[in-house]
Write a protein that binds this ligand. Structure first.
Ligand code: SF4
Ligand code: SF4
Length: 280
C-alpha cells in the first residue's frame, strides 16, 4: 500500500488560486461518505494561500505558501477527538469521520497549523483529506491536478523512486514548523522564503556614481559568528537569503575604495537601499 506524501514548491507558487478553486469544486455541495461531508460555499479554505511580502522598492520579494492539512503522523487532532472521530488510514491520510465528529468543536482548536474549519450548519469540523475518494479511483488530488505551475507534487513516500521520496531524501524538501513534532506528510521547497529573511543593498561607486559590480560583501551573525560572503552583480546588488532575525555586521570591500562596515539589526526582510563606496 502507498504511503501518500506531498511536496509544495513555494518558489513556483504564484497565488493563482487554481488549487483552492479545484478543491471548492470537488467538495462544495458534494458528500463523499464515509470520508467527508459537503464543504460550505463560503468560509472554508482546505488549502489556504498565505502571503509574505518583504523588502522595499525596488528590491521586494513576495512569496506564497499553500497550506493544506499536513496529514501528520503524530496528529493532535486525532488525540483531541472523542469516539475515534478522527483517524489515520494505513496510507497515512488523516480522516475526520463526518458522522462521528458532529459537535466536536475541540478538534478545530487542536490543529497547530489551523487547517481545520468549523461547519456551523452541520456542527462539523472539516479539512483536506488528499481527495481520498479520488485516490481510490487511481486519480491524484484535485489541487495537484489543477496547479498550472507544477508547484505541488504528490506521490508514494514508501517508493524510493517517487519524486516526493527523492525530494525528501535529498533534504531539498522540509516540513513547516518541525518544532510542533507532529510529523507532517506535507513538505515544502523554498520554506526559507517564508520562515527566514533576506538582506540586500545596491552598492554605488560614489566618485563616478556608477553601479559597483563585484564588490565583496561579508555578513557576520554577531551571536553565532556564522559568516557569509557575496559579490554584487552588474547592478551593484548583493543579497543574502535564509537569515534568522538578529544582529549582523556587514563589510563591503573593493580594491581602491575605503572599506565600509555597518551594523544591521535584522528583524524582517531588509533592503538597505543605495550604499556609497568612496575612494580610499
Ligand atoms: S495538520 Fe492539523 S488537521 Fe492535519 S493531521 Fe495535522 S493536526 Fe490534524
Ligand atoms: S494552483 Fe499552484 S500556483 Fe496556483 S495557488 Fe495553488 S499551488 Fe500556487
Amino acid at each position: 500500500m502507498a504511503k501518500w506524501g506531498m511536496v509544495i514548491d513555494i518558489t513556483k507558487c504564484n497565488a493563482c488560486y487554481s488549487c483552492f478553486i479545484a478543491c471548492k469544486d470537488e467538495y462544495w455541495d458534494n458528500d463523499y461518505p464515509p470520508y467527508s461531508a459537503a464543504q460550505p460555499r463560503h468560509g472554508q479554505f482546505w488549502i489556504r494561500i498565505e502571503k509574505k511580502e518583504g523588502g522595499t522598492y525596488p528590491h521586494i520579494r513576495v512569496s506564497y505558501m499553500p497550506i493544506p492539512c499536513m496529514q501528520c503522523d503524530a496528529a493532535p487532532c486525532i488525540k483531541a477527538a472523542k469516539n475515534g472521530a478522527v483517524y489515520k488510514r494505513p496510507d497515512g491520510i488523516v480522516i475526520i469521520n463526518p458522522e462521528k465528529a458532529v459537535g466536536q468543536r475541540q478538534i478545530v482548536d487542536a490543529c497547530p497549523y489551523g487547517t481545520i474549519f468549523w461547519n456551523e450548519e452541520k456542527q462539523l469540523p472539516q479539512k483536506c483529506n488528499f481527495c481520498v475518494q479520488r485516490l481510490e479511483d487511481g486519480k491524484i488530488p484535485r489541487c495537484v491536478q489543477a496547479c498550472p505551475s507544477k508547484a505541488m507534487i504528490f506521490s508514494d513516500l514508501d517508493d524510493p523512486e517517487s519524486e516526493v521520496s527523492k525530494l525528501v531524501g535529498s533534504g531539498k524538501a522540509e516540513v513547516f514548523h518541525p518544532e510542533y513534532n507532529t510529523k507532517p506528510r506535507v513538505y515544502y521547497i523554498g520554506l526559507e522564503r517564508v520562515t527566514k529573511n533576506f538582506l540586500a543593498a545596491s552598492v554605488v561607486f560614489g566618485d563616478v556614481d556608477e553601479c559597483a559590480e563585484k564588490v565583496k560583501a561579508t555578513l557576520v551573525n554577531k551571536q553565532s559568528g556564522e559568516e557569509k560572503t557575496a559579490l554584487t552583480d552588474a547592478y551593484g546588488v548583493f543579497e543574502f537569503t535564509g537569515l534568522s532575525a538578529g544582529r549582523y555586521s556587514l563589510k563591503l570591500e573593493y580594491a581602491g575604495y575605503a572599506e565600509k562596515t555597518m551594523d544591521v539589526d535584522l528583524k524582517a526582510d531588509n533592503y538597505l537601499g543605495a550604499v556609497n563606496l568612496n575612494r580610499g
